[in-house]
Design a protein around this ligand. Structure first.
Ligand code: F6R
Length: 638
């Protein structure tokens, strides 16, 4: 998830007069990047069209570093510019990997948001044709490809008959070759007043001005300059000049965009119109899961985790896995345990990072230590990973932050692609971590031959269906919010689950504690009778995550019995169950249904109503859900 801005124009018109507002292309792009920095902040860059050449500046780190660079080495005044703020996926957060990337021997600049799944094969092809690459990014491959196609179009005159400029035509041809998710913006020195963009599975909005037009990842990219915006459809190309906006599909067929008026204030625009980053991030989850799955398997469903730099032979010899993490990430680890043990038959322990090294753990060179950390900077987890390495274990990091310390110090890394998580309490990173853990489990099963290729492909297909199912849960969340509002005065809530529903129950409780400051506990439902049932009294709210009937039938029946037991003792039962499960109806005061899905994958769905509940309840209490008291996003002390 990166932030993208494009501008072409004559400095804007002052409202009510014919005079120019006097902003340069660079002013517009830098202002847009400031507003889009929430989308990524590990590097930033801009390119402008100078007198007769492209000039660009880019810098790793926050936008302030780019500002300093521009002060030290200013760019020429220009009417055309593109700008990018990066959340690294392919390639660490370095100056070299920062966007823009150049193509056509420096005559073209390109920025990109998304993941190009087939970049490796295109890179091989382009290398064979003599192209050289300076970065590790998929973006540079797209820039070189676009540049090379542009040259071909210019030389052959192809496309000119349709009245389409060469860059637009080249972008159409390029986009047809790319797989995955991408928003691409390009400028070329031959065409001084044009910005061309392409969009597939990645956001892009057009802003309309007077003698100027804009492009942005979202409207906050240009909200300081215009309130007129146009939605771009899937698989479309847009070309903006100061006077015109033209849209086609990837085949060059003209298309229309839908204009709308932006009535959000600038702060709301950054949150995608949601009142808080937390709500936005909960709604980002279909994209976070889809992006984490992108580019991980070939057309036959065979997993290709290229970034796992551990020798496959070494992975085959692993006889124990220890997952290390804290808080929400540790609950993702607990889901991972169920999946890995089931699919790979490798004994898997999950341990809180801060407990691990103080108990003399048994670690050998055949132990794979998997750390899970959104930030990649959690000191407890970092120390535990260092300790595991000292003991000779192989270390693998599941992390959302490219270039952070834990993945850098680990032998291998599997990045989640949730994009920056701004709200302190984790939501989308959690689902992305679980997704990555599934990928790891399936990859190990494939490598070690625990599963047939067809079985792995089937699970990948089911995983591919999850984003749409999460969307369905989000689209039907009004009842959850309503209940949360009614329960704003509640003092204590219990959460029960079994199997993969157990970590979900604990995550539901954690969200409620940290967002709404309500006492909440998550239990394994089977543990009730061993003590916690004493907490049940008249009116005590209890969420129960019911396993699918299609899993182990006996487990479903046992949880239904648990619901009856607590209901008989006066509990207010709130049930999360799979669509079509009528068996719980008589014992549930409230039921929230989730779409059918294989039981092991259910946490990607059952977690969502619990996040929404906690967020809505905290909001009803008037609390700041983005920055709960006493908490920090990245816990860099032990
Ligand atoms: C809870 C939450 C925390 C983090 C924990 C680990 O909502 O966000 O419990 O999960 O502090 O952080 P990372 O994943 O950055 O290591």
């Amino acid at each position: 998830m990166c932030g993208i801005v494009g501008y072409v124009g004559r400095g804007g018109t002052v409202a009510g007069s014919s005079g120019t507002a006097g902003h340069t292309a660079l002013d517009v792009v830098m202002e847009g990047l400031r507003r889009l920095e929430y989308r990524g902040y590990d590097s930033a860059g801009v390119a402008v069209l100078g007198e007769d050449s492209i000039e660009s500046r880019k810098k790793s780190g926050k936008l302030a570093n780019l500002v300093a660079e521009l002060n030290a080495d200013p760019l020429p005044t220009s009417m055309t510019a593109i700008g990018h703020t990066r959340w690294a996926t392919h390639g660490g957060p370095t100056d070299q990997n920062a966007h823009p990337h150049l193509g056509d021997q420096g005559r073209l600049a390109l920025i990109h948001n998304g993941i190009i799944e087939n970049f490796a094969e295109i890179k091989v092809r382009l290398r064979a044709e003599g192209h050289e690459f300076e970065s590790e990014t998929d973006t540079e491959v797209a820039a070189e490809l676009l540049g090379s196609i542009y040259r071909g179009v210019v030389e052959s005159g192809d496309g000119a008959d349709d009245g389409v400029d060469h860059l637009t035509h080249a972008m159409q041809l390029t986009s047809r070759q790319l797989e995955g998710a991408f928003t691409l913006l390009a400028i070329h020195q031959d065409l001084p007043d044009i910005v061309v963009a392409a969009r597939r599975n990645s956001p892009l909005v057009i802003g309309l001005g007077e003698n100027e037009n804009f492009l942005g990842s979202d409207v906050s990219g240009f909200i300081d300059f215009t309130r007129r915006a146009v939605e771009l459809g899937q698989d479309q190309i847009v070309t903006i000049t100061p006077e015109s906006v033209s849209i086609t599909d990837f085949d060059g067929v003209p298309a229309e965009g839908k204009e709308f008026h932006v009535d959000w204030d600038a702060a709301a625009a950054e949150k995608g119109g949601f009142p808080s980053f937390m709500e936005k991030e909960i709604h980002d989850q279909p994209e976070a899961v889809a992006d984490t799955l992108l580019g991980r398997s070939d057309v036959d469903g065979k997993l290709m985790l290229d970034e796992l730099r551990i020798d496959p032979a070494a992975l085959k010899s692993v006889d124990k896995i220890i997952v290390l993490a804290c808080g929400t990430s540790a609950y993702a680890g607990q889901v991972a345990k169920y999946a890995i043990e089931h699919w790979c038959r490798i004994p898997t322990e999950v341990e809180l990072s801060h407990e691990f090294r103080y108990r003399d753990p048994i670690v050998t060179p055949n132990t794979l230590v998997v750390s899970i950390s959104q930030s990649g900077e959690t000191m407890d987890t970092l120390m535990a990973v260092r300790y595991a390495k000292e003991q000779g274990a192989k270390t693998l990091s599941i992390c959302n932050t490219n270039g952070s310390t834990i993945p850098r110090e680990s032998d291998a890394v599997l990045y989640t692609h949730a994009g920056p998580e701004i709200a302190v309490a984790s939501t989308k990173a959690f689902l992305a971590q679980i997704t990555a853990a599934y990928l790891l489990g399936l990859y190990l099963a494939q490598l070690r031959g625990n599963k047939f290729q067809g079985e792995i492909a089937d699970i990948m297909t089911e995983l591919g269906r999850i984003p749409a199912k999460i969307q369905e849960v989000l689209d039907h969340s009004e009842d959850v919010k309503q209940l949360a509002q009614e329960m704003a005065q509640t003092k204590s809530v219990l959460f029960l689950g079994r199997h993969v529903g157990f970590p979900v129950a604990m995550e539901g409780a954690l969200k409620l504690k940290e967002l709404a400051y309500i006492h909440a506990e998550g239990f394994a439902a089977g543990e009730l009778k061993h003590g916690p049932i004493a907490l049940i009294e008249e009116g005590q709210p209890v969420f129960v995550v019911v396993p699918s009937r299609r899993g182990r039938d006996s487990l479903h029946a046992k949880v239904v019995s648990n619901i009856q037991e607590i209901r008989a003792r006066g509990a207010k039962t709130i049930v999360i169950a799979e669509e079509g499960d009528e068996s719980v109806r008589d014992y549930a005061e409230h039921i929230f249904y989730i779409p059918e899905t294989p039981p092991l994958l259910a946490p990607l769905l059952t977690t969502v109503p619990l996040q929404i509940f906690a967020c809505a309840l905290a909001t009803a209490k008037g609390l700041d859900v983005d920055q709960p008291r006493n908490l920090a996003k990245s816990v860099t002390v032990e």
